[in-house]
Write a protein that binds this ligand. Structure first.
Ligand code: ZN
Length: 489
């Protein structure tokens, strides 16, 4: 996620300090050991609901025998009375400009290998579906889930606003099983509280003809009178998301290496230049980090309370941003195709890994595309100034930690989260680059992408990549930054 630009944060902080306040279109199979989802979504745009049927071929890729499969039901965080509501009180008016509205997910039937299954709704916030299934390592089970979505009128990952529907994190997705247990982290309003393994997807969306549906993966459409079915196929992706509108315009281009990039927006006079920016970002990051390994990428300009949100092969960028702030968000979310989408990490406990790297990748983009006229040294200096100012103010108020490896639920505010994962995260990578040199830094990043693509990287994997590239022991360096023991350094 991209919440706010560094430039905007500097401006906001300066203001705070000064005031002394502290408070479908032409755009248009599965490996046996990879979990595969088939989801049929029938979108009712009059009631803003969706009837969905999902079939998951879940593969037990771990070493332990399982007695059930756990799924996150993230839309539950949008229901009235949710303990972990998707929006914190400070962001309610941005998410719900017309007043609070609620939605959710309702599971009606579950099958296991074609028979009625034993299942229950559990979790800290009734946001986990547990399907009873005995699975030895290597074994697969076919799980069918029927569910209904009720979309809130919200400028959020899940909801609709101004005639645009966002379907992020909308379907039951298998939780990660690690170290002998299922990860059932709730939907924190801070950050991106999502954690999942790579899987294959075939998703069909049935919507009224005239509605354009954007999504992850390859697109095929078939029109049957009043109804159009859009089919998406995406292999080896960490998640799947959609956005739909009957007002979308779509522009499409192709990178030098043949990646199709689409840009969906409504009445955007800058659509052409924004498509060009997205193409340039894919080309730049492919050249810096290693080739983008999918055939397409979609950018959607859509109502969203934060700056943007990354999903595999599709990113949302907020229609509330403009100018350079919009551009930054496009570049940041596209960088997440490398850091989050391809190389996974624990976004709940180590958010600095993908957010810090995505944010620093924006700096690297501007460094390699001087025609955009961004002063890279000033960008880094601004980040440093903003971070130092924030920590001074923050510790005066709370005496708080500067650790970057806190659980999302442990950050006191959105700003606390943003400064420590994005800003301090980006500064960590800039400092590392100065410590080991640009060549070794890039060599480490390229190895990190190559070796961890499709996997979930821990901080140790990241450290090892830079240590192997540089020949320098870096455990202490990372520990000092991440644990917050030595303040900024
Ligand atoms: Zn981000």
């Amino acid at each position: 996620m991209k919440k706010i630009s560094i430039a905007a944060m500097v401006a906001a902080l300066s203001l705070l300090a000064f005031a002394g306040i502290m408070a479908l279109t032409g755009c248009g199979g599965g490996d046996s050991n990879v979990t595969a989802y088939e989801i049929a979504v029938v979108l009712n745009v009059d009631s803003m609901t969706a009837e969905c049927k999902e079939t998951v071929r879940y593969v037990n890729n771990g070493e332990a025998e399982l007695d059930g499969v756990y799924f996150h039901l993230y839309p539950a965080a949008f229901r009235k009375g949710a303990r972990y509501f998707a929006t914190d009180s400070a962001n309610m008016s941005a998410a719900y400009p017309k007043g609070a509205d609620y939605g959710g997910i309702s599971v009606s039937a579950v099958t296991l290998n074609g028979e009625a299954a034993e299942w229950k709704i559990a979790g800290e916030d009734e946001d986990i579906l547990i399907v009873t299934a005995d699975l030895i390592p290597g074994e697969a089970a076919k799980i069918g889930i029927e569910f209904t979505l009720d979309l809130p009128e919200a400028r959020h990952r899940f909801g609709y606003s101004d005639g645009i529907v966002n379907l992020g994190n909308f379907y039951p997705i298998a939780a990660v099983y690690e170290e002998g247990k299922w990860r059932t982290d709730p939907y924190y309003s801070n950050g991106d509280p999502f954690y999942s393994d790579i899987a294959d997807y075939v998703v069909t969306v049935t919507a009224p003809t005239g509605w354009n549906v954007a999504g992850s993966g390859r697109i095929e459409t078939s029109i049957d009178g009043d109804v159009t079915v859009t089919k998406f196929t995406a292999e080896g992706v960490r998640d799947f998301a959609l956005s739909a509108s009957d007002k979308f315009d779509c522009k499409e281009g192709v990178t030098e290496k043949g990646v199709t990039v689409r840009y969906y927006s409504v009445g955007d006079a800058s659509a052409d230049s924004r498509l060009q920016l997205a193409l340039r970002a894919v080309e730049t990051f492919s050249s810096l980090f290693g080739d983008y390994d999918k055939s397409s990428l979609t950018v959607v300009r859509t109502p969203f309370l934060h700056g943007g949100m990354e999903y595999p092969q599709i990113v949302f960028v907020s229609d509330s941003l403009d100018g350079s702030l919009f551009d930054e968000a496009v570049i940041h979310e596209i960088a997440h195709q490398w850091w989050y989408s391809a190389v996974g990490s624990d976004q709940i406990n180590d958010a600095w890994m993908d957010e810090g790297l995505a944010e620093y990748s924006v700096t690297m983009f501007y460094e390699n595309n001087a025609d955009y006229g961004v002063d890279v040294q000033k960008r880094i200096a601004d980040a440093m100034q903003a971070y130092v100012l924030f920590t001074e103010m923050y510790s005066e108020v709370t005496g708080g930690t500067t650790a970057m490896n806190r659980n999302l639920g442990e950050y006191t505010t959105t700003a606390d989260y943003t400064y420590h994962t994005y800003v301090k995260g980006a500064l960590l990578f800039d400092s590392l680059r100065h410590a080991i040199g640009s060549d070794k830094f890039l060599e480490g990043l390229r190895a990190y992408y190559k070796d961890m693509n499709g996997k979930i990287a821990t901080p140790d994997h990241m450290i090892a990549a830079f240590e192997n590239a540089s020949g320098v022991r870096l455990g202490g360096f990372f520990e000092n930054w991440v644990d917050g023991k030595v303040g900024l350094y």
